[in-house]
Ligand binder design. Structure first.
Ligand code: 48F
Length: 256
């Protein structure tokens, strides 16, 4: 029987997704969480020639960008952080006091588009539910379809990488997985402190680190896991945090 038009459409999706999924199984860097810090880190690492896979549990990558602040969809970036927009097709508008504004839709979509065009494999609707740890080193992520592993007795699959970045924002999901098992400072701070926009912009960048062999943190995950201040609704530090993570991870990979 000749394949119907519907069958050929399904086949095209299956073939393309299969090829992408196979490519994502072994990466230089696996990033969990496609918010501003994860997307920026993914883009920078891809531009450095790294093989990058980005897992996002939601339908749409972009994390907190879409909502701006209190669902007012404008994003604020400070003078000192304008370099965080390098290579992204957006035009910030001056807003006084050393601040600039950007349409949130424009920033989220431009970041996603640039990351994909630069070779990052983005797999959405994939929930990271555990880590692979071999000989005291994180070597990958255990993941399932969003909504499946949480509700049904369906086994997950795993993705391997030389470095894993926890960019899951307030959830600090990968850090908590290690903490629950006592593999990482079980008595670490329970969450971020109260809001301090100035201090937060600094510490979210300064705190980027490899917190366990093979596991790095960026973005809001830094504040949560290190007890830093809650951030103001400003995105410069978040993007710079992703940039610093990309730089440190790339150097660590070069050093072997
Ligand atoms: O929350 P999110 O945008 O994190 P971020 O990059 O940026 C924080 C800002 O958006 C904002 C702020 C600005 O001042 O403070 O909050 O640190 O993006 C995190 C992404 O991770 C996904 C989640 O859906 C979101 O898109 N995520 C969280 N847990 C998992 C996950 C998981 N277990 N598996 C896959 N994705």
């Amino acid at each position: 029987m000749p394949a119907s038009y519907e069958t050929r459409i399904t086949r095209a999706i299956l073939d393309a997704y299969h090829e992408k999924f196979v490519r994502s199984l072994v990466s230089d860097v696996l990033i969990v969480g496609a918010g501003p810090s994860g997307l920026r880190a993914a883009l920078d690492l891809a531009l450095k020639g790294r093989k990058v896979t980005l897992l996002e549990k939601r339908l749409s990558p972009g994390g907190g960008i879409w909502g701006g602040a209190m669902a007012m969809n404008e994003v604020v970036i400070q003078d000192e952080a304008l370099s965080a927009l390098d290579g992204i097709d957006v035009t910030p508008r001056p807003a006084g006091s050393g601040l600039h504004v950007l349409d949130a839709m424009g920033l989220a979509s431009a970041l996603c588009a640039k990351a994909v065009q630069s070779g990052v494999v983005v797999l959405n609707l994939i929930l990271a539910e555990d880590l692979c740890v071999h000989d005291g080193r994180v070597g990958g992520v255990v993941a399932n379809r969003t909504g499946v592993g949480e509700r049904l007795p369906v086994d997950p699959v795993s993705f391997q990488a030389s470095a894993v970045l926890d960019a899951t924002g307030h959830e600090a999901a990968l850090v908590h997985m290690l903490r629950r098992r006592g593999l990482l400072d079980r008595d670490g701070p329970p969450s971020e402190g109260p809001m301090d926009a100035v201090a937060g912009e600094e510490s979210v960048v300064a705190g980027v680190a490899e917190v366990y062999p093979g596991l790095w943190i960026s973005g809001m995950c830094v504040q949560v896991s290190q007890g830093g201040p809650r951030m103001g609704p400003i995105f410069g530090g978040m993007l710079l945090s992703g940039r610093r993570a990309a730089d440190l991870i790339d150097r660590a990979l070069v050093a072997g």
